[in-house]
Design a protein around this ligand. Structure first.
Ligand code: CP
Ligand code: NVA
Length: 300
C-alpha cells in the first residue's frame, strides 16, 4: 500500500490490517502507552473544502505519533492561485513525509499521488471518503465483533459516502443496500464495482425496503460541500429520505452511523440522532485511531 486514494484500491486484507492496527492504537492511547512511530515526520494537509473532524483528527493523530502537521488551505497557498498540482506534489515531496488532501475532483488526488514521491491520503473528494468509511467499519466491528454477514443500508444521496460505503462494505463481506431518489444514484464506478464484485448489493428507491432487517443504518447530508446551489432542489427531491423512528423500527435494532455534520430534520430526525449519539460520536472519535493507523502504515 503506497497511498490511500480510494477504498477500491485496497484488498479486504489491507482493510483488516488498518482496522487491527487502529484497534491497537486506540488501546494504547486509552492506556497511556506512548506510540511515537512517526517521530520527526511531517504531514502536509491541503484543504480546499471546510473541515472540523478531518483536520483536527489528522493534526492530533500525527502529533500523537510524534510527528507534525502543516496545514495548507487552498485559498491561502499557491494552489488557490493556480499552481499546478504536479508542481505542488514535487515541492511537498521534498519537505514532508506524507500529504493529506481534501478537494473536489478525485482526479486531483490521483494526480497528486502520481507526481509525489511520498504517500498521499484522500481526506475527501466528491467521489470518495475512504478515511471516514475505515473509521465507520472500525466502529461497526467494535460493536458486532465482525463485519462479514452484517446488513448495512445507506439512505440518502449517492455521494462520496455512499460510494465508499458500497465499496468498503462489499470488500468486508457485508450486504449493502442503498436507497436514494431517482437521479441521485451512486457514482457509476461504485455501481460498476458493486456489480462486478459479485457481492450482495441492492439499489432501491424504497427506504422502507432498504431498512428492513438492517444491522447498520447510514445516512449523510442531502447536499454535500460544493453543491450549495442545489440545496433547494435537493430538499424537494430528498424530502422522504429521512431516517426517523418509523424507519428504525423496520431494522434489526440497527446502530446508526453519520459521518457528520448532520442536518437534523433533513436526513435524520433529532430523535434518532440523539438516541444513537453514542455510536455517532464513537464513529467521529475513531477517525483519529483509523487515520493514525493509515499514517503509520504509509509513512513509517
Ligand atoms: N466527517 C468529516 O469528514 O467531517 P469534517 O468535514 O468536519 O472533516
Ligand atoms: N458528503 C459530505 C460529507 C462531509 C464529511 C460532503 O461531501 O460534504
Amino acid at each position: 500500500m503506497k497511498h490511500l486514494l480510494k477504498l477500491m484500491d485496497l484488498s479486504g486484507q489491507e482493510i483488516k490490517q488498518i482496522l487491527d492496527l487502529a484497534d491497537q492504537l486506540k488501546y494504547n492511547q486509552k492506556h497511556g502507552i506512548a506510540h511515537e512511530s512517526l517521530k520527526g515526520k511531517t504531514l502536509a494537509m491541503i484543504f480546499e473544502k471546510n473541515s472540523t473532524r478531518t483536520r483536527v483528527s489528522f493534526e492530533t493523530g500525527i502529533y500523537q505519533l510524534g510527528g507534525q502537521p502543516i496545514f495548507l488551505s487552498g485559498s491561502e497557498s499557491q494552489i488557490g492561485r493556480g499552481e499546478p498540482i504536479q508542481d505542488t506534489a514535487r515541492v511537498l515531496s521534498r519537505y514532508c513525509h506524507g500529504i493529506m488532501i481534501r478537494t473536489f475532483a478525485q482526479e486531483t488526488v490521483d494526480q497528486l499521488a502520481e507526481w509525489s514521491t511520498i504517500p498521499v491520503i484522500n481526506g475527501l473528494t466528491d467521489f470518495a471518503h475512504p478515511c471516514q468509511v475505515l473509521a465507520d467499519l472500525m466502529t461497526i466491528r467494535e460493536k458486532f465483533s465482525k463485519l462479514s454477514g452484517l446488513k448495512i443500508c445507506y439512505i440518502g444521496d449517492g455521494n462520496n459516502m455512499a460510494n465508499s460505503i458500497i465499496i468498503g462494505g462489499l470488500k468486508c463481506g457485508m450486504s449493502v443496500t442503498v436507497a436514494c431518489p431517482e437521479g441521485y444514484e451512486p457514482h457509476p464506478k461504485a455501481m460498476e464495482y458493486a456489480l462486478r464484485s459479485g457481492g450482495d448489493f441492492t439499489l432501491t428507491m424504497d427506504i422502507r425496503k432498504a431498512a428492513e432487517g438492517a444491522d447498520v443504518v447510514f445516512t449523510d447530508v442531502w447536499a454535500s460541500m460544493g453543491m450549495e446551489k442545489e440545496v433547494q432542489a435537493r430538499q424537494r427531491a430528498f424530502k422522504s429520505f429521512c431516517v426517523d423512528a418509523e424507519i428504525m423500527k423496520l431494522t434489526n435494532g440497527a446502530m446508526v452511523q453519520h459521518c457528520l455534520p448532520a442536518h437534523r430534520g433533513e436526513e435524520i430526525t433529532e430523535e434518532v440522532f440523539e438516541a444513537h449519539a453514542s455510536e455517532i460520536f464513537e464513529e467521529a472519535e475513531n477517525r483519529l485511531h483509523a487515520q493514525k493507523a493509515i499514517m503509520e502504515i504509509l509513512m513509517k
